[in-house]
Design a protein around this ligand. Structure first.
Ligand code: ARG
Length: 492
């Protein structure tokens, strides 16, 4: 096996294993290895086209790279005697083609622009994948909302029964939040998909390289222009991790609700057995472990994000080796987010909501008290604050019937509701949760008419978002297939 090709000149070659291991990013570099081969192929084509490298050497190198591409990278490349996968691949090329040819691929570039390019390529792929998973989750939420526009349930503030709403309204709240996550991933994608290649160490190179060529060949939408910024910046990675962290905090909230809702106190939902575990001692137990682990994964993702932020702050221009330590945090954040998203849609799709239990709770805790106050304002010309005080006093007395409200009105405002025409029947209808929901027709509100409209609008947006992801993936896929086809054509 080849030794590390980077350590033959300036440095003495011997060093203790623990030092080599400590410095190596090899374990984490598997995440970018496939991208690295494509980066090498694009760089090599460019060198040959610009006549920076002779065609015969380029052909030999290209044959080796295409073999790596088609057969995968052999384990020897990942030996942690190399600092990283870039050195591992270079050693492999030198082993295969000899130092005279193998040592020519690195003309006009540095591992600094190379690694930044690889990370961006891997990350954009991860982002598109997460976006597709968010779409799937949103589709499930919209579908389940469609079945539940008339499913009355209590809505909560402070986890206290607050006002009646519907399950559809509740699910659509999450769908809208995940819609914003989708937007954030898309905006982040635009900043990620810029090519740093050609920045070399930071000051670019004196060779007549063609940065636009390699950028287009690798499916980038343009350049990370300033060559110092190109190698030094990782804010694109922080932004992606931030987007993951925000998404996971919403995932964690819905999981928290699934945990609470599936408890015997609440019984609003039963999760499918597939997502649950049991106890090793208590044979009756069905625990919502998947939701619990997801809740905890939000902490893992936010922790990785914080580690990356802390790693970046205070780094002077341009490249610093600290940046190597950031990449695994990025991989962890996007990876854990992906794993959670993959399961969440299925867990919600297969959940059995208990409409009867939700209906039963929907009128508890005076959830319709606001509607009773509103009715008094609308029909008996009271100031809202007066009506609020009267109803509040009646609740304190223990019930919302005509006699109690009349008493409260006397105490709070020295007036008679009966004289103004309030009847027991009118109170009953205002106390009905279905009625309270049905009048809340404002855009985005819980009335069935409003949620049906939301469902239609959100479905249209979902379709458009789906097209966006498909087109972005296709653009990149097309560029990379073309790159490999051009490389194959070149060695013919
Ligand atoms: N493994 C390194 C990283 O992940 C690649 C760049 C190394 N550059 C250097 N100047 N030592 O950042």
């Amino acid at each position: 096996m080849q030794g590390d090709p980077l350590r033959t000149g300036r440095l003495g070659s011997g060093r203790p294993d623990p030092v080599a291991e400590f410095l190596s990013s090899m374990a984490a570099d598997r995440w970018i290895a496939e991208a690295d081969v494509l980066v090498d192929i694009a760089h090599l084509l460019m060198l040959e086209r610009r006549e920076i490298l002779d065609s015969a050497s380029a052909r030999t190198l290209m044959e080796a790279l295409l073999t790596l591409r088609s057969e995968g990278l052999p384990e020897e490349i990942f030996d942690d005697c190399y600092e990283d996968v870039h050195a591992g691949i270079e050693a492999y090329l030198i082993g295969r083609a000899g130092a005279e040819i193998g040592g020519r691929l690195h003309i006009g570039r540095s591992r600094n622009d190379e690694v930044a390019t690889c990370i961006r390529m891997r990350l954009r792929h991860e982002l598109l994948d997460r976006m597709a998973a968010i779409l799937e989750l949103r589709r499930v939420l919209i579908e389940r909302a469609g079945e539940a526009t008339e499913t009355i349930m209590p809505g909560f503030t402070h986890l206290q029964h607050a006002q009646p709403t519907t399950l559809a309204h509740h699910l659509l709240a999450y769908e809208e939040a995940f819609g914003r996550d989708f937007e954030r991933f898309g905006e982040c994608f635009a900043r990620v998909n810029r090519s740093p290649l050609g920045a070399a160490a930071f000051a670019s190179t004196g060779y007549p390289i063609d940065r636009d060529f390699t950028a287009a060949a690798l499916g980038f939408d343009g350049l990370a222009v300033n060559t110092m910024d190109a190698v030094a910046a990782r804010d694109f990675a922080l932004e992606a991790m931030n987007a993951c962290s925000l998404l996971m905090s919403t995932v964690s909230r819905i999981c928290e609700e699934l945990v609470v809702w599936s408890s015997a106190f609440v019984r609003f939902v039963e999760l499918d057995d597939a997502y649950c575990s049991t106890s090793s001692i208590m044979p009756q137990k069905k625990n919502p472990d998947t939701a619990e682990i997801m809740r905890a994964k939000a902490a893992t993702v936010t922790g990785a994000c914080m580690a990356a932020y802390t790693c970046m702050k205070g780094l002077p221009m341009s490249y610093n080796r600290d940046l190597q330590e950031l990449t695994p945090h990025l991989g962890r954040a996007v990876g854990e987010t992906g794993a959670a998203l993959e399961l969440l849609a299925g867990m919600i799709a297969s959940a059995r909501f208990d409409a009867e239990r939700m209906r039963e709770e929907s009128a508890k805790g005076y959830t319709t008290a606001t509607e009773v106050a509103d009715m008094m304002v609308r029909e008996f010309d009271l100031a809202f604050r007066t009506a609020h005080a009267i109803v509040g006093r009646a609740v304190r007395k223990g019930t919302l019937d005509l006699e109690t409200l009349e008493e409260a009105a006397g105490e709070m405002a020295s007036l008679s509701l009966k004289e103004r025409g309030l009847t027991e029947d009118r109170i009953k209808s205002a106390l009905d949760p279905e009625y309270g929901v049905s009048v809340r027709t404002a855009p985005g509100g819980p009335a069935p008419a409003a949620t049906k409209k939301s469902i239609a609008e959100r479905s249209r947006r979902l379709d458009a978002d789906e097209v966006w992801v498909a087109e972005a993936s296709e653009r990149i896929g097309r560029a990379l297939s073309q790159l490999v086809a051009d490389a194959e054509e070149f060695i013919k």
